[in-house]
Design a protein around this ligand. Sequence first.
Ligand SMILES: Cc1cc2nc3c(=O)[nH]c(=O)nc-3n(C[C@H](O)[C@H](O)[C@H](O)COP(=O)(O)O)c2cc1C
Length: 396
Amino acid sequence: MKPLMINPPLLNSANPWCTTLEELQELYNCPFTGAVTTRTSLLNGFPHDPNIHQYTFFNPTTHNASPDNANASADQTGSLNTLGYSPILLGEYLKFIKTISDRTREARSFASSTSSPNLPSSPTIKPFIISVTGSIDEVLQCYRLITAHQQNVLMPLAMEINLSCPNIPNTPPLAYHTDRLAEYLIALKAEIATQLLSQPPSQQQELAAAQVLIGIKTPPYTHADQYHNLINALLASAVASPSTVSTPVSFITATNTLGSALLLSPRLEAPSSPTLTTTTSSSTSGAVLPREVLHSTLNSATGTGIGGMAGAPLHPLALGNVYTIKGELFRHTELEAIQIIGVGGVEDAEGFRRMRAVGAAAVGVGTALGRKGIRVFEEIAEALGKGRRGSEVWRA
Ligand SMILES: Cc1cc2nc3c(=O)[nH]c(=O)nc-3n(C[C@H](O)[C@H](O)[C@H](O)COP(=O)(O)O)c2cc1C
């Protein structure tokens, strides 16, 4: 199986800033991304409700929070979210990618039909990583849809399975559990084998080379057993029948947000209102003043405001995850070719370098894309000496 080529090795992770066609087109056009990830979608969409599915940027020291990037200050480098998945169906994302593919095809044929030096060079082709989730059957259906769609578009497609969102009530991230994760991987391996065997032997090699690659998005692991669960699931998929196909996983995107995080914000309230924590309640004149009460900054489906944390506070844990997973993969010949997309708290060239130093083949950006917008990729490239002003063409 050929590896996923992400050149330059910088991309967006799945998040709200890659939800619409316009956002995906802008990410695709950006010369400093080597691939584009879509926000996680479901076959039948997700019932997004802005009253309970929310995000905010926060200062990791003061916990001051801003709900949107327009008002976020430079020190609000953390994020907390209680979002589920995209309200847009997977089928719509496939149409978005077809639109971007058609536009790219047109632009390329226009560029090749003219030799004017003033025109921008022919647009490059870069992979789309389509983030999906659901039950095993649904994920298999997603894979079939994406595989069928590969013939319609120019760019290589990959599927990233998100089994690590911490915000879905009664559905703890499955990627923490060997058996549950292994069930998905073994089913996907069987699907790949079925697709290959449905072709005449003469075409099987060609199909294997053009196969839609599969990745898994992992949650942040915090102790050895959790890493072993991941590796055991990968090994179980590698040895499962048929032996002609290896593990179906080509890449691991580490990490998703860290669940169980809570931000509190002060709110002024009348003295009789229920409190979480009261900080002031009276004046020197004896008049009863509104009190400052700490409430959860976000709402959530569970009603607690507890969600997934990312951005700068996640960075050391994400580095530790990439380092550890890479080391574990290297201990098994059947897993050593699996690539890692390092994600978590990368907001500048130093973060990018750290991720590469611990073994990331490519580096994903989430919170900092939300905070800074698309310019974050150019900033990173410039600081690495590989931006528009840099002398080198940026390739991995
Ligand atoms: C607001 C928000 C929404 C996210 N939504 C998704 C999602 O739909 N699917 C997914 O796989 N990861 C999602 N993530 C996780 C990010 O892709 C990324 O793994 C994580 O935030 C760590 O990277 P960062 O520190 O650069 O944000 C989301 C993150 C944020 C901040």
